[in-house]
Design a protein around this ligand. Sequence first.
Ligand code: PLP
Length: 394
Amino acid sequence: MIPNTNYNNLKESYLFYHIAQKTKLYLEEHPEAHLYRMGIGDVSLPLCGEVIKALHKAVDDQGEKSRFHGYMPECGDPELRKIIAEYYKKRGVGLSQEEVFISSGASDELGDILDLFGRDKTVMIMEPAYPAYVDANIIAGNKIIHIPSGEKEGFLPLPNESVTADVIYICSPNNPTGAVFNYDKLKQWVDYANRTDAVLLFDAAYEAFIEDEDVPHSIFEIEGAKNCAIEICSLSKTAGFTGTRLGYTVIPGALKRNGMSLNEMWIRNRTTKTNGVSYIIQKGGAAVFTEEGQRQIRERIQVYKNNAKVLMDALDQLGIWYCGGKNAPYIWMKCPNGMGSWEFFDYLLHEIQVVGTPGEGFGACGEGYFRFSTFGSPEDTKEAAGRLVKLLAR
Ligand code: PLP
């Protein structure tokens, strides 16, 4: 038996392991300490009432012969696909329900979608990046072109005509930097992809956090994107579905390469590799898109946005450079006094018991930067921001 030897090329996923080890050791040495955990990428607020009501009803349906559902359609419940197509319509993006696929979340899709491109492809990944992009492509044996970015361009790299790839990842709002591409910048990527025959994989997991008018929520708000892009989205951060699991992927009918329709290929892929997402979860997901569901999820997102404001105010007060926070649940700050990412991590842990994420863990160009998540509790966020100001103003 010959295993997939590409696994040997994976770097040890040390980031969160290393953070866990360091905090564990600190707590062993200081058992009385309370840690302010500003590193978590998971939500802390529960599902909203509308979703819970829909989930309960769907559970009851499964216990009644006349309302019971077995296997669900592989590409998703047609009703939910229609609801999501309507959601796009409100933003001026016309989609047919057949262009929307229901998934168990963005992570699953980001890995599975590589099936559309075959092996030995070249992919472009802008860094700092969500680590799963890199690892999924290493496992698939693809060649990765790492595109580093920095403060100069606000961590928003633009296309360079001399570098081409088959597949290009774009994450906006970005994890970890919180940076967002506006219409103009995104149009440059769409035009470049259409010129070079590349496919854009647009990760819109944080679209619900966008508040600026000039920032598109969907790549399909950009003219020409239906010929070159796939959008992957999730209810994880939008509606607290990290543990409930539901997402959606849009593959336009117009997206073709070598005469093959990627939408038709994905139908074939899903009917081969899945038996659909749970009926109960899809009913819970549908409740997110009702008027009351939208109102309730907005309330929760606002709590995280208030956390972001508290942290941004602290950094403004200190005169520290950062991006993100306004249209994203992450704040990406420059470590003060030329400190390295891990050095700053240790400093915050030991001096003020605040835990964040060292930027270096998201790619080499993240060295010297640090990520704060805004998904913690308002109380802890306020205390952490206050401690940060006291420490760094010294
Ligand atoms: N994409 C990005 C950029 C993320 O940050 C995350 C989760 O943190 C995901 C995708 C995965 O989302 P899901 O929970 O839907 O798998």
